[in-house]
Design a protein around this ligand. Structure first.
Ligand code: NAD
Length: 415
């Protein structure tokens, strides 16, 4: 058994840098390899790794070169959604050609842009027999972990299982043009952020010690809209951001989505998940909220109810940044500060778990099968929103379903 894991990062943009910063709390692993198509990004990331003393990365010229290097034990896929399969295929081709020593691969959310892609990711990783981790950070945030522990031990144990979980993730919109393009990203905010809410709510409602599949989805009802970014002014801003490529008047993606997912537990008891997500929430910054309701108890979490706030008067006109909170919208006034975002959102505990699992030769407790389950629920939600009706789960031909928004064919103004 290996005692220390040499990790290679594929992709070092926004989330790659989050993972690097989280690594100061990860034990028994170093970031010793980096590949990014954009060399500048790779160099900048390597320098961050070194300055934080979380590794001494070699910069590779391709996925193949990195995976072939016997010094690399595991890779983290942190590239945009539209590259998932090509990256995974290259990893698998390299292993198939007899090169490298990979123990495992961890992949950012979403696992695929649709069910067919997510299932292909699972099939590929299983074909070469390496371990797989699905990077859903919210399951590993300290509030989720402690909240789940207490609500089940002090509430459910004595009064009965919880029956309702609500989860929301909202901010004012993604940082890169590709997220906004339905075909590249796989959808709009439903695909981008409801993947978190669906999974964290399912996790909170699952009895500790049982697999998440102990809850069986029964029905899904969802609604999507483009509330803000189709307006003249904001569609114009997106066109400018993308050099004219994004056309939200004609080809928008949803910036608001909600879903209600009905499950049955092993005893046939009904439990409900409610999610809502938006790219049109203009508050201080990213807001994650969760609630769990049970017969004699309730739990609530709100990432913007921080224990620290900073007040800056109108006399200060600072530069725009994201140094106070992720997806920050203001630099003055009373601002909530998340002191350690890598910890608060779950990245450090998530990475520690992936490393420990790979070193122990065990499949992580959040893996590609969960990524497939999440994608199936999201695609059913798109189907429900498109057909404006409740859909029984699983609908037929879910594997072939591609949301209209991911085909560039969705426009709520043409309904
Ligand atoms: N867990 C979360 O909350 C969270 C937050 C943000 C992003 N993400 C996910 O992380 C992934 C990346 O998002 P991001 O915000 O970092 O995007 P980004 O655009 O900021 O960064 C992507 C990086 O990947 C590089 N890249 C692109 N294609 C590549 C390829 N084929 N091979 C190697 N490098 C390539 C780019 O040069 C860039 O540096 C997405 O799948 C996204 O959904 C997750």
């Amino acid at each position: 058994m290996k005692k220390r894991l040499n990790v290679g990062f594929i992709g070092t943009g926004f989330i790659g840098q989050f993972h690097i910063r989280s690594w100061i709390s990860v034990r028994d692993a170093d970031i010793n390899g980096i590949f990014d198509k954009n060399e500048e990004s790779a160099i900048e990331a390597a320098s961050l790794v070194k300055s934080l003393k979380v590794g001494d990365p070699k910069i590779y010229k391709s996925v193949t070169e990195m995976v072939s290097d016997p010094a690399i034990d595991a890779v983290w896929i942190l590239t945009p959604n539209f590259t998932r399969l090509e990256v995974m295929q290259e990893i698998v081709n390299t292993i198939d050609s007899g090169k490298g020593n990979l123990i495992g691969v961890a992949c950012e959310k979403p696992l695929g842009r649709n069910v067919a892609e997510a299932k292909k990711m699972l099939e590929l990783v299983q074909k070469v027999g390496i371990l797989d981790g699905y990077l859903e950070d919210q399951l590993f945030s300290p509030t989720t972990i402690r909240g789940k522990e207490l609500l089940w031990s002090r509430g459910a144990e004595l009064a009965g299982r919880p029956y309702l979980a609500r989860a929301a993730e909202e901010h004012s919109g993604p940082h890169m043009p590709w997220f906004w393009e339905g075909e590249l990203q796989g959808g709009g905010v439903l695909n981008d952020m409801m993947c978190h809410s669906v999974e964290v709510a399912r996790h909170l409602l699952t009895e500790p010690g049982k697999p998440r599949t102990s809850l069986t989805p029964v029905k899904v009802t969802a609604h999507t809209e483009c509330l803000k970014w189709q307006r003249e002014k904001y569609a114009g801003q997106l066109a400018e951001l993308s050099g004219g490529k994004l056309n939200y008047k004609e080809r928008p993606s949803e910036d608001y989505a909600r879903s209600v997912i009905e499950y049955k537990d092993e005893n046939g008891t009904k439990v409900i998940v409610e999610t809502t997500t938006s790219w049109c929430y203009v508050g201080a910054g990213l807001r994650l909220s969760m609630e769990v309701l049970g017969p004699e108890y309730s739990l609530s979490i709100n990432s913007l109810d921080t224990d620290m706030k900073l007040f800056l008067s109108r006399g200060i006109k600072g530069a725009e940044g994201e140094d106070l909170v992720e997806k920050q919208n203001a630099e003055t006034g009373l601002m909530p500060i998340v002191a350690n975002e890598e910890n608060a959102y779950g990245y450090d505990v998530e990475n520690r778990h992936m490393v420990e699992s790979f070193l122990d030769g065990k499949r992580p407790k959040e893996n590609f099968s969960d990524g497939v389950n999440v994608t199936e629920l999201l695609m059913t939600a798109y189907k429900s929103a498109e057909e404006e009706r409740t859909i029984e789960f699983p609908p037929p031909d879910l594997d072939k379903f591609i949301p209209k928004v991911a085909q560039g064919k969705w426009n709520p103004n043409n309904k």
